[in-house]
Design a protein around this ligand. Structure first.
Ligand SMILES: O=C[C@H](O)[C@H](O)[C@H](O)COP(=O)(O)O
Length: 235
């Protein structure tokens, strides 16, 4: 089995949650891209939906595939968001932002009645933290913010974290997000208290958003070679 098959199976299963007339949050990343492609096939067959993309790359992908797009400023509520994740714990808490789209992803997910997370089964972990936690920060003062982020991680029980500015591959310049910000990737190994870490990061001036998505996903779909496992959560 390839990871691609597992991602495809998870993405295909998410189509069951889509209904005619829905406003849909469209996630970012390779798994979400499969969902956009499957959705486009349904749209070509007559399904009527409007997509709210979580990144410029997803907006371009959706437009290329003929999915009608709505700017988020024209949307009051979103029925359903389907998005990927970098890690998923047994309580459906997530690390997101591997593709640098965490800010728009969180705004869209938070405006949605229902968030469905799609991933290959390898993204399921017992405890969050092996995947470096992305933290989006303003370019202004980012070295000071990085030190405050380090302190916040230590203060919430993370042992010897490493905080690193994300750079463009092979260019040595900072990656700039769709919102014009930088990303600090925080290697934690284990995040013992994700809620405490989320709160501690949120109050730092210069932190725009962090990649901990807690109590947001109501459905998790884990794909594998056979198909997909559906997990439902209530908060
Ligand atoms: O910023 C990117 C997103 O949070 C992605 O949804 C996440 O990184 C998962 O991406 P992929 O499906 O490519 O593993």
């Amino acid at each position: 089995m390839s990871d691609e098959d597992a991602k495809r199976n998870a993405a295909a299963a998410a189509l069951d949650y889509v209904e005619d007339g829905m406003t849909l949050g469209l996630g970012t990343g390779s798994t979400a891209a499969f969902f956009v492609e499957f959705l486009a096939e349904e749209v070509a067959d007559g399904l009527v939906v409007r997509g709210v993309p979580t990144s410029e790359s997803t907006r371009r992908l959706a437009e290329t595939h003929g999915i009608p797009i709505l700017p988020i400023e024209q949307v009051e509520r979103i029925d359903l968001t389907v998005d990927g994740a970098d890690e998923i714990d047994p309580g459906a808490n997530l690390i997101k932002g591997g593709g640098a789209a965490l800010l728009r992803e969180k705004i869209v997910a938070n405006a949605s009645d229902h968030m469905v997370v799609i991933a290959d089964a390898s993204k399921a972990v017992e405890q969050l933290g092996a995947f470096p936690l992305p933290v989006e920060v303003t370019p202004f003062g980012f070295t000071i913010t990085a030190k405050k982020v380090y302190d916040a991680l230590c203060a919430t029980g993370i042992t010897r974290p490493k905080v690193k500015l994300r750079e463009l591959p092979s260019k040595g310049t900072p990656l700039v997000t769709d919102g014009g910000n930088y990303i600090l990737d925080c290697s934690c190994q284990v995040i013992p208290d994700p809620r405490a870490t989320a709160v501690a990061l949120s109050v730092i001036p210069g932190v725009v958003e962090h990649g901990l998505f807690l109590n947001m996903a109501r459905t998790v779909i884990l794909g594998d070679s056979e198909g997909a496992e559906l997990l439902e959560f209530e908060y």
